[in-house]
Write a protein that binds this ligand. Structure first.
Ligand SMILES: [Zn+2]
Ligand SMILES: [Zn+2]
Length: 343
């Protein structure tokens, strides 16, 4: 089968590999019907994910059809259409039982797919802990509608959940890339009084204005003044930092009102400074981390009910045989790309 493979720093290649086999009783083999490319794939390509193993098949955003399951799998069966979770988790350890599945202590737990074990930019993928990692897609939901459930949309849902948003709040979201827009969609479900999106790319600003006209949009230079002018208490009640750019961490807490929650969703390339003297007396609460992708069933129900629609994010489509070109466009952010669908 065709499998897009991490060769070494700076190089991925489409190779012919054997089809994966079941290894454990809790595994499933999924035939990938649609996949995508995530910024984390680029981090692997650029060598900034040290635990990524050369030779592995990359890709951790995908949907497919179950081909085969191990004897210990109970929630899905061959023929089921499923979403695949970016995280593999045992469901039994201390962290899993508390919903902190990103911190699963099993050796195969956490972000393994397309990083430490073969992923889904391929025709087939082996998914460990299939009972936890696969969710059945309702018949009324298409592959494209479900494509981001296990990764970027799970991240946006998690970010909105931990940010404790109320209907009184002015929420600032910094960054309108794919994860930023998923965070926006999940924030909208909480019906805050006002949402402000800060984004520097004119194409992405246009995208937000076109699809979500009720949202206020500003650029990073004028963001602080804009938030002050559009909030009642000297800043945003909730700030979600999804950009991960050079100055956006500072921008996030600067735009927050006293006693605000600042949720850091972004993954930075370099350490960030937390200048406590500058924020003394502001009494901020910071929440940080990697997604706990444990709400996929609920997200699928919301999609089925028409409450979340991520299909406008799919701006480009390619067959697996042309994945090289898909990467070129995604990596260079050319042609107004937000997400690509591969399949
Ligand atoms: Zn990802
Ligand atoms: Zn666990």
């Amino acid at each position: 089968m065709l499998a897009y493979t991490y060769i070494k720093k700076g190089r991925f290649e489409l190779l012919d590999k054997p089809k994966p086999q079941l290894k454990n009783a809790k595994d499933a083999i999924v035939r990938v019907t649609l996949g995508s490319i995530c910024t984390s794939d680029l981090h692997i390509k650029h060598g900034s994910v040290p635990r990524a193993v050369p030779g592995i098949t990359v890709g951790h955003e995908m949907v497919g059809v179950v081909e085969e399951v191990g004897t210990g799998v109970t929630t899905v069966k061959p023929g089921d259409r499923v979403t695949v979770n970016v995280e593999t988790f045992c469901g039994e350890c201390f962290f899993c039982r508390h919903g902190y599945v990103n911190n699963c202590t099993d050796p195969e737990g956490g972000w393994a797919l397309g990083c430490r074990i073969d992923g889904g930019q391929a025709e087939y993928v082996r998914v460990p802990f299939a009972d936890q990692g696969l969710n059945r897609i309702p018949d009324a939901v298409s592959d494209e509608q479900a494509l981001f459930v296990g990764d970027v949309l799970a991240t946006g849902f998690w970010a909105a959940r931990i940010s404790e948003i109320t209907e009184e709040d002015t929420v600032l979201i910094i960054g309108a890339g794919p994860t930023g827009i998923c965070t926006l969609l999940c924030t909208m479900l909480k019906r805050p009084k006002r949402i402000i999106v800060c984004e520097k790319s004119p194409e992405r600003v246009r995208f937000v204005r076109e699809h979500y006209p009720e949202v206020l949009v500003t650029g990073p230079e004028l963001c602080k003044e804009f938030v002050l002018a559009h909030s009642e208490h000297g800043g945003a009640d909730i700030v979600m930092e999804v950009a991960g750019a050079d100055n956006t961490f500072r921008l996030a807490w600067e735009c927050a009102r006293p006693n605000a929650i600042v949720t850091v969703v972004a993954l930075y390339d370099s350490p960030q400074i937390l200048p406590l003297p500058d924020m003394y007396g502001k009494n901020l609460t910071f929440k940080t981390g990697g997604v706990d992708g444990c709400d996929c069933a609920e997200i699928l129900r919301l999609i089925e009910a028409g409450k979340i629609d991520t299909t406008p994010l799919i701006t480009h489509r390619f067959p697996l045989s042309e994945i090289e070109e898909a990467y070129r466009i995604f990596e260079n952010k050319s042609d107004g790309v937000i997400k690509v669908a591969i399949g």
